[in-house]
Write a protein that binds this ligand. Structure first.
Ligand SMILES: Cc1cc2nc3c(=O)[nH]c(=O)nc-3n(C[C@H](O)[C@H](O)[C@H](O)COP(=O)(O)OP(=O)(O)OC[C@H]3O[C@@H](n4cnc5c(N)ncnc54)[C@H](O)[C@@H]3O)c2cc1C
Length: 369
């Protein structure tokens, strides 16, 4: 396993449970990539609305992707509870507000598309949005049973479980070359020799290894702020709030009442340029947060930036890497990254140890959409 972020942690734990002898290698300490910056809204409701995805790739495939995302969040919750992991996890409602991507009529059509796919949703108008959430002049879809957690603690906890089952973790160790063959894979570790394995999994986040096809993946820069804990109940059910807008805004609360708000994503990879924008993006996020939720103090106590891999549909590429026998990848996750990390763990387990996965075709390198 190359990568000790949330993807590598979930995959390592799943494979160790399946009885495989797992080695995890990372050039940094565990959970120091995208996972460290993540705001960890663990939602099955994807960035791309179901109705839009259906227009792009057909209704049947879009519904399967959305339904599989729901299963992934349910599995992550069940597994985290079953393993007794204390990772500040909570089940949350979501409030999806109309915006420049879905106006009120399109939001109603989106609610109907979700109902037809079997999702429980509630469509509410401006009076109910104002009464329940203190937000003016917006329509919204209320969703149920999303999840949130501390992403670093979650990655560490899953790695510990894998380690307790015998997995070995080597950090810092950089994989500088991959030599696949029909009988196995040799990984060159910069300055430290090599590791021989039956299979190799690349869970390297937005930093892709040489030779792995891009499949349309690209790097996004994103910015987030956290306020100090708010002195009053901000909104009664602590729902995750996000907007059908481009650029979008998303908001959640932490267990101590602080508000985390992020968005303003831009498609570029340069980390220096990204960090140079933190002050300006912080001001924009504070202004948008204060405008949306006038009852809170939007001043940032912390502000940070991060990068993540994305794809045109916001869905990942998971599965066997073409022309690299015994190599698998899990990459290009989009804003629902951690939901897809769990899904990748399931798909890769089923591909490597079982009889294949029912939804592998939706995410494989060979898909034609
Ligand atoms: C600010 C921000 C907010 C986000 N908010 C959310 C959210 O609310 N909900 C959500 O679901 N997702 C969110 N995401 C996305 C989510 O965080 C990512 O999809 C997820 O963390 C990716 O995890 P990963 O393990 O695949 O990658 P990473 O955490 O980046 O881990 C990859 C690891 O691979 C290692 N690596 C790479 N190349 C090599 C090599 N050659 N040799 C050795 N090691 C290597 C890296 O050092 C790194 O540790 C957010 C991302 C950011 C940046």
């Amino acid at each position: 396993m190359i990568g000790a972020g949330i993807s590598g942690a979930l995959i390592a734990e799943t494979l160790s449970e399946a009885g495989l002898d797992v080695v995890v290698i990372d050039r940094r300490a565990p959970a120091e990539g995208s996972t460290a910056a993540s705001t960890a809204l663990l939602q099955y409701e994807l960035d791309m609305p179901l109705s839009h995805m259906a227009e792009r790739i057909g209704k049947a495939r879009a519904v399967r992707i959305w339904q599989r995302s729901r299963l992934a969040v349910d599995s992550l919750r069940s597994r985290t509870e079953r393993l007794g992991l204390r990772v500040d996890a909570a089940t949350r409602r979501s409030l999806y507000l109309d915006g420049n991507v879905l106006d009120p009529a399109a939001l109603a059509a989106e609610a109907e598309a979700r109902r037809e796919a079997g999702f429980e949703v509630e469509l509410i108008g401006p009076a109910a949005v104002l009464e329940r959430y203190g937000i003016r002049n917006r329509h919204a879809i209320v969703g149920f049973d999303n999840y949130s957690a501390d992403p670093r603690r979650m990655a560490a906890a899953y790695l510990h479980i894998a380690q307790a089952r015998g997995a070995r973790i080597y950090v810092p160790a950089e994989v500088s070359g991959v030599e696949p063959s029909a009988s196995g894979v040799i990984l060159d570790i910069e300055g430290r020799g090599e590791v021989r394995a039956k299979h190799a999994i690349f869970a390297t986040g937005y930093e892709m290894l040489k030779g792995v096809p891009r499949k349309g993946n690209y790097i996004m820069s994103t910015w987030s702020i956290a306020t100090k804990p708010q002195p009053r109940a901000i909104w009664p059910d602590a729902a995750m709030i996000w907007e059908a807008s481009d650029p979008y805004l998303y908001i959640r609360t932490t267990p101590d009442g602080a508000v985390i708000c992020g968005g303003e994503d831009e498609e570029f990879a340069d980390e220096q340029a990204r960090d140079a924008k933190i002050a300006a993006k912080t001001a924009t996020l504070e202004a948008k947060l204060g405008k949306l939720l006038p009852a809170i103090d939007p001043t940032a106590a912390f502000a940070w930036a991060g990068s993540f891999g994305n794809s045109p549909l916001g869905t990942p590429t998971v599965g066997r890497v073409p022309h690299m026998p015994n190599c698998y990848a899990a990459m290009g996750y989009g804003g629902n990254g951690i939901t897809f990390s769990m899904m990748a763990a399931q798909i890769l387990r089923n591909e490597i140890c079982g009889g294949g996965d029912a939804d592998a075709d939706l995410f494989s390198f060979h898909r034609n959409f």
